[in-house]
Design a protein around this ligand. Structure first.
Ligand code: GLA
Length: 359
């Protein structure tokens, strides 16, 4: 194969469901990723082989459409279709995909595949688009081929993260800051192995509720509402809409504070905001589940853990834990043992560094 592209997964550090509300978010690219090896072929066809799952897909470039059976291919086909829509002339290619990102963990295996696909095509059939626009291509693919009305957090984190830094994204201006991370802490991902049905439906429903709350508050997006604005306007919102808005508004506020703490190296204060975020997911946004709550509660018992919360869309998937580096092994072992004792099955516990974006 002629070209190789690697795109990491991402973990959401803080700022849950803020991206599509034009808010603030902090993330990092993780040490697990997706690799595509590819070459041009002399046809008008795309031939895909997902080595990790031993699945094939082949089809013509002029007949691209969302796939039901081989739904994994959608993340690549959706990207090709979006590039074509932007006038990129994409020719035939053969591609082989491998991935180390656990699927269904909320670690953006889909965004990694989208960004890897966009960069693969760029290497084979050069086109000019900024990394931010490539992230937008991935997002549009997700909307049109996977039916998830996601924001840009995942694709930006995958495409634009920097080693040993957290990625701070302002999802209104798309200004991106890379904030250096304290070398004494490490991140641990704990994947519950739980994936609740109807996740895309729940996700899209949450997005609609947030947009409806913004309309009732008379603002363009929940980004425009502060914590005190929301308290003052509480009577304008039905109870559930209020709680949805309280989550997003609270998250924006926490991310703004977290950025200051991170910059000042105040990691304990930073971690406390992660715990608060999880509480808000439970009570306000209702996008957690029993297993994630258990993982966060167990993590909180450990003095080695500065903060823990669900990471990503929610309704299952993984937690992210901020852990003192010197105690990380012991933290992982005790979290793993506690989960197994509670549920009779293993959680997948993964240590990760903050990594560079796709190459
Ligand atoms: C998923 C979506 C993102 C973002 C998060 C929640 O990962 O793809 O756009 O909304 O959920 O913060």
């Amino acid at each position: 194969m002629n070209v190789t592209t690697y795109a990491p997964g991402r973990a959401e550090l803080l700022g849950n469901h803020t991206d599509y509300n034009e808010g603030l978010v902090l993330s990092l690219a993780i040490s697990f990723g997706t690799t595509i090896s590819a070459d041009v072929n002399d046809s008008e066809e795309i031939n895909l082989y997902a080595r990790t799952f031993e699945r094939h897909w082949s089809g013509r470039l002029d007949h691209l459409a969302p796939q039901k059976r081989e739904s994994w291919a959608n993340y690549i086909l959706g990207v090709v279709a979006q590039l074509q829509k932007r006038g990129v002339s994409v020719g035939g290619f053969d591609a082989e995909i491998t991935s180390t990102i656990p699927v269904g963990a909320g670690l953006s295996s889909s965004a990694a595949l989208e960004i890897a696909a966009a960069l693969t095509v760029q290497k084979l059939y050069p086109y000019k688009l900024s990394r931010l626009d490539i992230a937008r291509v991935g997002q549009a693919a997700e909307h049109t081929y996977a039916g998830v009305k996601c924001g840009l957090l995942d694709q930006i984190s995958v495409a634009l993260s920097k080693k040993n830094h957290a990625t701070y994204i302002d999802c209104r201006t798309f200004a991106i800051d890379h904030l250096p991370l304290d070398a004494d802490v490490e991140f641990v991902i704990a994947h519950s192995g739980v994936k609740h049905a109807l996740t895309a439906g729940e996700y899209n429903e949450r997005r609609e509720s947030c947009e409806a709350a913004a309309r009732l508050l008379g603002v363009r997006a929940l980004r425009d509402v502060t914590v005190s604005d929301l308290a003052a306007a509480r009577a304008k919102l039905p109870e559930r809409a209020y709680r949805r808005a309280a989550h997003v508004v609270g998250e924006n506020d926490r991310v703004a504070r977290a950025k200051e703490f991170l910059t000042a190296g105040k990691m304990a204060e930073f971690g406390a905001l992660m715990f608060e975020s999880h509480e808000s997911s439970i009570h306000h946004f209702e996008n957690s589940c029993e297993e994630l709550d258990f993982l966060v509660a167990e993590a909180k018992k450990s003095p080695a853990c500065l903060g823990a919360r669900l990471s990503g869309g929610g309704f299952g998937g993984a937690t992210i834990n901020l852990v003192r580096r010197k105690d990380v092994e012991q933290f992982c072992a005790s979290l793993s043992a506690a989960y197994e004792q509670q549920y009779g099955k293993k959680a997948l516990i993964l240590k990760t560094e903050a990594c560079a974006g796709a190459v």
